[in-house]
Write a protein that binds this ligand. Structure first.
Ligand SMILES: Nc1ncnc2c1ncn2[C@@H]1O[C@H](COP(=O)(O)OP(=O)(O)OP(=O)(O)O)[C@@H](O)[C@H]1O
Length: 319
């Protein structure tokens, strides 16, 4: 493949609303701007319903946007779908798109034929890909007998059959056991080394840290920010939240003075304490217990909470 230059994916002001009966349309994407460099592994991270799958579907030309534009290697996903499809492979999580009654090898040859590859190429690519995803010894068994993890690996092989320059992976490790997930991450590294660009959605921060060059956090249809995944990982490991009930004001004042407490506010009768240094949450809990506060819970703030805090620190208001 040629040397990486320019952008593989450019998205500008992308919107998608789903019409609903007797209700306002649901806005799944609310003006997304995103650029993915050629050769980059880019993560889309966000809670359920954030809009990640909708974005992947639009980029893969299986869903139309209701506003804005998106290009894959300079080809518009709406007006130039044939060119986009030649350049792109899609792997959606779950069981969709595989033929259970066919064997793994037959599935791949079928997809190769859809890409109009000569039969000899289809045979050779199918065999090589089955080897690559660790399914060579089960290649001639029906897919309906496969575990979820095996189906996921076959999905990945299917996504690679057309030799795509951009691979869109939507929750690719769902259903995989930890060993398969680790092998999968190694495979993403190989695909990257081949110069392919990869867009991968995940809920899993560890996965994002392991494979992604950059991560975009999406929340409620908006892109909150794009960062190096290690930066986000560091935030997640230092941020904690303590929620306590019936805290007298003098104790709240003492809590605010504990090193590592970034914020302690009252919300619906509770004191919500956010910490951003290792050990700070434990010091807060100790202080509360000594002061006789009985109802205390601790937990991690959501990824989106962490992100918004950090962006707030930088002074750039997101919404
Ligand atoms: N066909 C549809 N009709 C109506 N609403 C939809 C449709 N598909 C998705 N949505 C809504 O659009 C929003 C974004 O969904 P999307 O599947 O893109 O999110 P996601 O980030 O991929 O979530 P998940 O991680 O759960 O897959 C959600 O509120 C969802 O309910």
């Amino acid at each position: 493949m040629s040397e990486p230059t320019g952008s593989a994916v450019v998205v500008e002001g992308l919107r998608r609303a789903y019409e609903r009966k007797r209700q306002e349309p649901r806005v799944a994407l609310d003006g997304i701007d995103l650029s993915v460099a050629v050769g980059e592994v880019h993560g889309l991270l966000g809670p359920n319903g954030a809009g990640k799958t909708t974005l992947c579907k639009i980029l893969s030309t299986v869903l139309l946007p209701t506003g804005g534009r998106a290009e894959i290697f300079g080809h518009d996903v709406v007006s130039d779908t044939a060119a986009v499809r030649r350049l792109l492979g899609i792997v959606f999580g779950g069981e969709r798109g595989l033929y259970g009654r066919l064997t793994a090898r037959q599935n791949l040859r079928y997809w190769s034929a859809l890409y109009r590859q000569p039969r000899s190429v289809g045979r050779q690519r199918s065999a090589a890909l089955l080897e690559r995803v660790g399914l060579a010894d089960r290649a001639d068994e029906r897919v309906e007998t496969f575990s979820r993890g095996m189906k996921q690996r076959l999905h990945l092989a299917r996504g690679l059959i057309g030799d795509p320059k951009l691979l869109v992976l939507d929750e690719p490790t769902i259903g995989m056991d930890p060993v398969a997930a680790r092998d999968f991450r190694a495979l993403v590294g190989e695909l990257r080394a081949e110069g392919r660009t990869i867009l991968i959605t995940t809920h899993d921060m560890a996965e994002a840290e392991a494979v992604c060059d950059r991560v975009s956090l999406i929340d409620e249809g908006r892109l909150v920010a794009t960062e190096n995944p290690r930066t986000i990982g560091d935030w997640l490991s230092t941020y904690e939240r303590v929620v306590a009930e019936d805290v007298p004001e003098d104790v709240a004042v003492a809590v605010r003075a504990v090193p590592g407490v970034r914020d302690a506010t009252r919300a619906e009768g509770s004191l919500v304490v956010e910490t951003d240094a290792a050990g700070a949450a434990a010091r807060v809990v100790e202080l509360l217990v000594k002061a006789g506060v009985a109802r205390i819970s601790t937990g991690k703030p959501s990824l989106a909470d962490v992100y918004l805090h950090v962006i707030g620190d930088r002074g750039s208001v997101v919404r």
